[in-house]
Write a protein that binds this ligand. Sequence first.
Ligand SMILES: [Zn+2]
Length: 112
Amino acid sequence: MMNPSKTYVAIGGIRCPSCGAGEIRPGAFDVDVGAATQGCTCLSCGATWRDCYELVGFDQLEVPVPDRELLTQLDDVVAQRDLAIGLLEQVAPLALARFHAEWSRPPRPQAT
Ligand SMILES: [Zn+2]
């Protein structure tokens, strides 16, 4: 059961809640969803306890911006592809129709 000691919280947990000494050895954090605990040991009286932390928010959010250079290159590739298809439609509509027919077939079984 958590002890919500206002005094202990107000001083930032820097003194032993049993004897008041300031020599506290902190242990590892145990992080759970929305909360964390940290085992502590008083080096003066030997008391042990857990500090209880709650998620209160976040800061320093950074969202990566899309790579504009890459997006521009991608747009160029798509534009060139569309241009090539447009040219083929004009100069070789039959070849283009065969190409589409060929590539819309299900894949051939592998030769053994
Ligand atoms: Zn102590």
